[in-house]
Design a binder for this molecule. Sequence first.
Ligand code: ADE
Length: 255
Amino acid sequence: MGRRLLAMYYFGVVSLFPEMFDAVTKYGVTRRACEKELIKVEAFNPRDYTLDKFGNVDAKPFGGGPGMLMQYQPLHDAIKVAREHAPSGTKVVCLSPQGKQLDHSLVTKFHSWGSMILIAGRYEGIDERVLQTEVDLEVSIGDYVLSGGELPAMCIIDAVSRLVPGVLGNIQNAYEDTFAQGLLHFPQYTRPEEINGLKVPEVLVSGNHEKIRQWRLQQALGRTYERRPDLLEGRELDKLERKLLKAYKEEHGLN
Ligand code: ADE
């Protein structure tokens, strides 16, 4: 398949620190995705759009309280320009601890959009009217507070890019990853076969592919049961899976 036939995923980012996005555009898998034009990351800095004569983009909150808020006008104008650069109808996501929590199913939904604009706030937050008028969805990456939305925005860019065809050498990787299957990953080993008496599980060097597949499935089920039982709750296990998990529990003295 010719590369030109693959659609490019467009990420617009609105941020006071556009250079931070070098972390995705200049390194690793996402760098190669940019070079191959499988994704595009384009930043817009609200500071370039402020009409304030001192170049300010923040102000004190009405009603008092600590810290500063990002003002409506520079953000609104930066988002407007981002929309002009993005495919028409591109949705706008704002990173915030108040948002819907990011998980694999939300990542697949973003992938299906084909493009998105990410708003990374700084200071103590942004004027609510930006959220009311410009933002389709607020997204959180977890119940803790970061100093800005840039790192969460990069989490989304990285996770979505991995689903774009051609980004991973072997597309299977993305779908075999943790969470795509609703299970945690099985343990993995590479050379050497023994380190300070710690040996690679024998089955992995047996050459028996069916046994290896079953061992890996069993480890994935067992780890998920031990570490993230919530992931198993909504999941119907088939006969083999039930048998493998039962054996895992017995072996590990669980139950
Ligand atoms: N901005 C600050 N903290 C955040 C979080 N946990 N998720 C998304 N955006 C944020």
